[in-house]
Write a protein that binds this ligand. Sequence first.
Ligand code: GAR
Length: 205
Amino acid sequence: MPDSAPCRLVVLVSGTGTLLQALIDACADPTYGAEVVAVGADRDSIAGLQRAKNADIATFVHPLQRGADRVQWDRELTALVAAFRPDLVVSAGFMKLLGPHFLSAFSGRVINTHPALLPSFPGMHGPRDALAYGVKISGATVFLVDEGVDSGAILSQAAVPVAEDDTVETLHERIKGVERELLVSTTRQLANCSWHVIDRKVHWE
Ligand code: GAR
């Protein structure tokens, strides 16, 4: 996406937003090539939204109520995000699946980050599942979102050794340290380079 204007990022969050904070901090450097133009969440009163407000970034909240029409929710989320004309949408700890309408509106321009080495341990509990399986190496994955669960083409990965005495919390925290750097470096690359995907492989131009 080489262009003189910074790459417009809309970031979606559901929790503490430390990944978002890493992007906000990176974007403070004008040579980074991207700016966070809005932060969306599926719940109110979360630290991630406060981080956006502290940085004077526009926010919106779009909850998915129990029993709600998921297709309608997806269409509304698409419109909320589209209003900010993103070049890239970053799902950074956003704990909802993005639907077909959303993905076709921002086709090939939605990325996600996951606290495990995909395709192992997809879903909501990557660190817990990796620990329970007994792997010695886990890590973080940044990928292009497709209609599956954590199944899109992989952009970047980084490994994190599992310690003997790790708990889900200590392992996840260590992964998040690496994950923040990976998300920042991958977003920089996406903001400043063109890419295409052939047979799941991402090729940088
Ligand atoms: C991150 O580890 C992210 O990969 C994970 O939630 C954490 C958010 O941290 N997302 C998933 O597990 C999605 N399946 P943060 O709120 O501190 O940025």
